[in-house]
Design a binder for this molecule. Structure first.
Ligand SMILES: *Cc1c(COP(=O)(O)O)cnc(C)c1O
Length: 483
């Protein structure tokens, strides 16, 4: 319940989000007798989230506007890759007059091209033949296993161990200073990004899910590793957690008074997909209080916000949510991969970074699409990625040039594509590690043969030696971990 004072303070927010109820009556399928009523959300005091997934997306009038063929395509792809949108995404972010090209539509609704033709046909045939659920799941899993579900050595190389030998499957520790923590209650999101590299977690490939129940093991691990300065809460989306549950983890960390710990990071897309988490949800004020508690304890709260497109920064709700989060002393940093069909546009990036700065956020990373899932659909050649980055970066104020990229999160580390040049009359790509499994690799420029088709580190070849300078070391690390 809001107190009167709260209510008065929130009045501008509440009236801002208010849109009158509109009932839309439409016919389901071809029959005129089957009338359904779809109710637009009321963006009032406490808007509630309504999810749209494979089981109910056809109820959306916006979807019914599309041809049956298009709806079937979405069903085929949605049976393989994760799919979840919500009423905020559908009603406030997607421009339904711009289908199929709307970036947020491509970001949240399945598209035919996301499956390779042979995979698409396999699933389409199964659905057309009314295959049973078991058969469909079997085909889906067969396809999924061919999509490199766990890239960059996440399972074999990044899972840490306590001194007593306990393996911590709910954590990843790849770079010295920062460990990732996957609370078991944050294994979903307010909506799913169609490009997400953690997609296997959301399609029921459970044995591949990272998750941890208790904060105590996290605290113990950070205690045993004085080199760790940052704990990064991730998932899924940690901001899917109720404030009560999130605060249990935070209290465990703060109460432990770990001298090496300086920063708590939260990797989240909630500002873009459900800003009401920080405005009107029943636990919104409590969540903001947890943030305050973190900053008041002397820890830095780094809110790592995913924004893939300028349109996600356009609603009154997201702007107000950013304000509320910043008021707690948290610093918002932003990141996104560069994605064909969604944001492969330098001008858009420049506008997005400028808007982020205007709203008090710090542009942080531009990533290269990872080698998993629908990489063939979203991927951009490294050369083109650098061109887009350079064009955008060179057109914004120095204040926005805090952003780094394009960067590949590959098995040995985060590799920055710095550009192209000539070495001994040979055209080359210039690279460097921003992060490395071995810190000695960081910030050493190295070259690869110029290749316009390369979309990932594995596609690149060194210019003279047989191997890149880090490859021997990487083999050593792999041997040590696996033995
Ligand atoms: C990107 C990343 C981090 C954080 O790296 P920063 O450069 O410090 O932001 C930590 N762990 C993993 C596995 C990562 O991919």
């Amino acid at each position: 319940m809001l107190s009167d004072q709260d209510y008065i303070e929130k009045l501008p927010i509440i009236t801002h989000y208010f849109v009158p109820i509109i009932d839309v009556t439409f016919n389901k399928g071809f029959s005129t007798s089957l009338k359904m009523t779809y109710q637009k959300s009321i963006w009032n005091e406490t808007p509630s989230m309504k999810s749209y997934t494979l089981s109910n997306f056809r109820q959306l009038p916006q979807i019914q506007q599309l041809s049956e063929e298009k709806q079937f395509e979405m069903e085929v792809v949605g049976n393989v890759l994760p799919f979840k949108a919500n009423n905020y995404v559908v009603e406030q972010l997607i421009d339904w007059n711009n289908i199929p090209n709307d970036p947020i539509f491509v970001l949240t609704f399945p598209q035919k091209g996301m499956l390779k033709p042979e995979h698409y046909d396999m699933m389409a045939d199964a659905l057309k033949n009314n295959a049973d659920k078991k058969e469909i799941t079997k085909i889906a899993n067969e396809i999924r296993l061919q999509l490199n579900p766990h890239p960059a050595g996440q399972m074999e190389l990044n899972v840490p161990t306590l001194n007593d030998g306990t393996k911590l499957y709910g954590m990843q520790h790849k770079y010295k200073e920062t460990c990732l923590f996957f609370p078991s209650q944050s294994q979903t999101c307010h909506a799913y990004c169609s490009f997400c590299f953690r997609w296997p977690q959301f399609v029921g490939m459970d044995e591949m899910k990272f998750a941890m129940q208790e904060g105590e093991q996290l605290v113990q691990y950070v205690r045993e590793h004085p080199e760790i300065t940052d704990v990064l809460f991730t998932g899924g989306d940690p901001m899917i957690m109720k404030a009560k549950i999130f605060s249990k983890y935070i209290d465990a960390i703060i109460d432990a008074n770990l001298p090496n710990l300086k920063t708590i990071r939260i990797g989240t897309k909630a500002l873009a997909y459900w800003p009401y988490k920080f405005l009107t949800d029943s636990d919104s004020q409590e969540m903001l209080q947890v943030f305050k508690k973190i900053t008041e304890s002397g820890l830095h709260l780094a809110f790592m916000a995913h924004f893939n497109h300028l349109n996600e920064l356009s609603t009154p709700a997201v702007k107000d949510a950013i304000k509320e989060v910043r008021k707690t002393g948290a610093q918002i940093r932003t990141q996104s991969p560069l994605l064909t069909h969604i944001n492969d546009d330098a001008e858009m990036w420049a506008k997005m970074w400028t808007k982020q700065v205007e709203l008090g956020c710090i542009p942080y990373y531009m990533f290269v699409v990872r080698d998993t899932g629908a990489q063939h659909y979203f991927g951009i050649s490294l050369i083109k990625a650098h061109e887009i980055f350079k064009k955008a970066y060179s057109s914004v104020s120095g204040i926005a040039r805090t952003v780094r990229g394009p960067s590949m999160s590959a098995t040995p580390g985060k590799v920055h594509v710095m550009g192209t040049t000539n070495v001994n009359d040979q055209k080359v790509i210039v690279l460097r590690f921003i992060q490395g499994r071995n810190p000695d690799w960081v910030d050493v420029p190295f070259f690869a043969k110029y290749d316009e088709n390369a979309i990932w580190l594995d596609d690149l070849k060194p210019i003279s030696d047989e191997k890149f300078f880090f490859e021997e070391g990487m083999i050593e690390i792999q041997k040590n971990k696996l033995n």
